[in-house]
Structure formats: C-alpha cells, structure tokens
Unconditional design. Structure first.
Length: 457
C-alpha cells in the first residue's frame, strides 16, 4: 500500500511553487526582453515559461489526487481545520486573493525595475501568493471529494433553516439537541443495540454527566449479557458432555437388556424386571437425546434449511400419521383447515418436529372419548395453527398461573412421571422461535391450548 506521506506532499507543493515562479518570471523576462529589444533570449524565456506551466499543472493534478487521502487504497477523505470554513466564504476569500494577486503583479509590471529586481520581485510575490492558493485549492478539492462543497456552506445552512421554518419544524437549542441525542441512545440500547456510545466531549453541563451515566449503563448491560451468554454456553457444554458420557453405558444397558429378553427365562419376576429395565432404559435414552437436542438449540448449533412450505399440506400429513393413535384412545380429531394453500418460510423438518410434539401430547394426555380440535386460520397476514384438547388429569401444576409449560423439565400434570422428559414443549418452542415463529401455551381449567404462528409469504 503506497502511503502519501507528509514529506511527499510537501515536496510536490515545493515543486509546484518553483514551477509557478518559473512560469511567472519567464513571462516577465519575455516582456522585459521585448520592451528592451533583447530578442536573443526570448526563446529561452518562453521555454522556461512553458516548462513552469506544464510542471504547475502536473503538480496540481497530483495534489488533487492525494488531497484528503493517506494512501492509494484508502479512499476516506480526511479534513483539516481550514475545511471547517464554509465553502462560500472560502470561495469568496479565494477569489479576492486571486484578484489582489493580479493587481499586485500588474503593479509590479508597471514599475520601472531593472531586469534582476523585476525577476526577484515577481518571483517573491508569486511564491507567497501560490502558497495561499495551494491551501485554498486543496481545501476545495477535499470538499468536492467528500460531497460537502455545497452542503457545507452558509447558503445551504440558510436554506435548511428556512425550510424548517416553513415546514414548522422545531428549532432546538443546543441543550435540547443534547437531551434528544441522549434519548435516542437510550432507545437504541433498550432495543438491544449495546454498541451505542455517546461522545461525552460533545455534551455540556448536566447533560455531560447524563451521557457518562448512559455509557456506564451500556457497559454494565454489555457485561451482563456477555456473562449470561458465557453461563448459557457453559450449561450447554455441560449438558452435551454429560449426555455424551451417559450414552456409552446406556448403550450397553440397552444391549444387555435385549440379550436377556432372548433368554428363555421361566421366572415371571425376572421377565417383569427385564420389562421394567427395558422401559426405563428407553426412557433414559430418549431423555439423553432430548438433552442433546436442547443443548444444540440453546447454543444456536442447529442448522436450518429455510424454504417456502405449504402449512396446510404439512398439517394434513401430520394428522394422517396420528389417526391410529387417536383412535386407540377413542379421541376424535376435529379439523378446521382451509382448502387453499398457505405458504410460510420455515425448515420443514424442524417445523414437523414442533407440530408432531403437540400431536403427541394430545395423543398421550387427552381425556379418552373427547375431541381434539385442530385449526388453521389467517389473521393479519399470519398463519395461526391451534390445537386444543381436554387433559385426562387435572393440570394442577399451572393452577396458580406461575409456571411456564415450555420451560425445561416442567410437566402439565403431577402424575406425568412415567414417560416423557419434560423437554418436548421447550424444544418445540425454541425451534419455532429460531425459525421466526411464535409459540404459545394457554391453559383454561383442564383445557390445553397450543398455538404456533408464522408470517404468511
């Protein structure tokens, strides 16, 4: 990366000034030669003038290219203190300077100098005026590059002020502006933008103290969030490691139980014990798999294949797979699903898992000889899927309304201790949220209502 160092820029400025001196002095020397009929050196003076002219234009072009930049690869425009002067003020001063320079040089021309004095005087004035010219020239170039030549001007500021007055917008004092900036920062932080900071040096008085307090609040929230994320990661890692360590002995238990079942045991008690071992080992296996899945979802390690899905088709497919299980418990499924397609954006496999979990809950825990209501409706460009059933046992754990059934290891009935892991609804809820949906559980007496909502596309 080629750096535009201060030394290089200064060297180009010096070259430009020398070229300007050569050009001006060459022109004056040529005029002096014509006046005193010394035609022998006119060609040399003309050549010097042309060389100075070419050199000044080349160096100006280079200065225009590097003005405001630090390197060839850095296209950011860096401004200097002089750039704070409004553009129209700068242009007026620049124009007056050029007019003054022209008058001074013209005055020098009308004076009766000898050759050496004329060249020295013209060269000195040219050197001084060119230095001011370069300063103004580079400032204008920087503003043009930064697209602020027009906007950073008194005329534009006056236009903005007049526009705000016409549109009846509030013209705020400095104190009000500072308060508004603090309010905007607080709103951004409350919405989760914890990287929002305030430059306290831009505030004054009491507002400066408030700005410092806002920054401290942001830092405290950032630390809390980072600590919370760290703890969640540690918990997820713990679950994953423990689950992995359980799998090996659990696999052995399952295999040995299977071997025992193949033995022709005559002892009825032994057969019963083997049956209990098989049941408990399968339950432990399911719990281990659910723990691993919960850990993946919590840590965000689930890979989603998001695509356009027909929710109506998915519900019909899922309902068909559960018909036998519902019939086995004399449950009647009542569906209210639109005939037309309803498309949402989700991962088909994970969405099926969430809906399947709700159907499974209904098939296991609904009161026999009752109805299970499955509905899908459109509401404000959203697809709302609802499944309702009456629980066969009292939902006493949520009678006080203080328990969230979607929390881990929470069961809707105290009697549910023989099957399930208490993680199903938690997994369904987290998967739904990961895919941009909304998952809700409501309980009205013994009526269990689960709702999944997605945006329609």
């Amino acid at each position: 990366m080629k750096q535009y160092t201060i030394g290089k820029k200064a060297a180009v400025i010096v070259v430009h000034q020398l070229c300007m001196v050569l050009m001006v002095t060459g022109v004056y020397a040529t005029g002096y030669a014509f006046r005193h009929e010394a035609h022998g050196n006119i060609d040399i003076y003309t050549l010097i003038s042309l060389a100075g002219l070419v050199g000044s234009f080349v160096s100006l072009a280079y200065m225009a290219n590097v003005a405001g930049r630090k390197s060839e690869d850095d296209y950011t425009i860096y401004y200097l203190p002089i750039d704070r002067i409004y553009s129209d003020v700068l242009l007026v001063v620049f124009t007056l300077l050029m007019v003054f320079m022209g008058k001074v040089i013209s005055g020098v021309k009308n004076q009766h100098f000898d050759y050496a004095s004329l060249i020295m005087t013209a060269g000195t004035f040219t050197f001084l005026f060119d230095l001011a010219f370069i300063i103004f020239y580079q400032s204008i170039v920087r503003k043009i590059k930064g697209n602020i030549l027009c906007t950073h001007s008194l005329l534009y500021k006056g236009y903005e002020l007049q526009k705000r007055v016409i549109e009846k917008k509030d013209i705020h004092t400095q104190k009000t502006k500072e308060i508004m900036r603090i309010q905007e920062a607080l709103e951004a932080i409350s919405e989760g933008a914890l990287d929002t900071t305030l430059n306290v040096n831009e505030f004054h008085g009491q507002q400066k103290k408030v700005a410092e307090a806002v920054n401290h609040i942001r830092q405290g929230l950032m630390s809390s969030v980072n600590e919370s994320l760290k703890n969640e990661k540690l918990k997820a890692d713990l679950i994953t490691n423990v689950s992995h360590d359980i799998k090996t002995p659990l696999t052995s238990i399952v295999n040995y139980v299977d071997l025992l079942k193949r033995e022709n045991l005559d002892n009825e008690n032994a057969k019963y014990y083997i049956h209990v071992l098989e049941d408990k080992s399968q339950r432990l296996k399911q719990l281990t798999e659910d723990l691993v899945e919960t850990s993946k979802i919590t840590s965000g390690n689930v890979k989603l294949n998001m695509q356009k899905l027909d929710l109506v088709e998915l519900l019909y497919q899922t309902g068909g797979e559960f018909n036998e299980r519902f019939e086995a418990r004399n449950l009647t499924i009542v569906t209210k699903i639109p005939s037309e397609q309803i498309f949402i954006y989700a991962d088909g496999r994970q969405l099926y898992r969430s809906i399947e979990n709700l159907y499974t809950n209904a098939a296991k825990y609904a009161l026999e000889n009752t109805r299970v209501y499955v509905e899908l409706e459109k509401a404000d460009k959203k697809a709302v899927f609802t499944i309702k059933n009456v629980s066969k046992n009292e939902l006493d754990i949520v009678s006080d309304g203080n328990v969230d059934l979607t929390e881990r290891f929470v069961r809707g009935e105290r009697s549910r201790t023989t099957e399930g892991s208490g993680l199903g609804l938690s997994i369904a809820k987290n998967l739904t949220h990961l895919m941009g949906g909304k998952f809700e559980i409501k309980v009205d007496g013994d009526l269990f209502i689960a709702t999944i909502t997605y945006n329609i596309i």
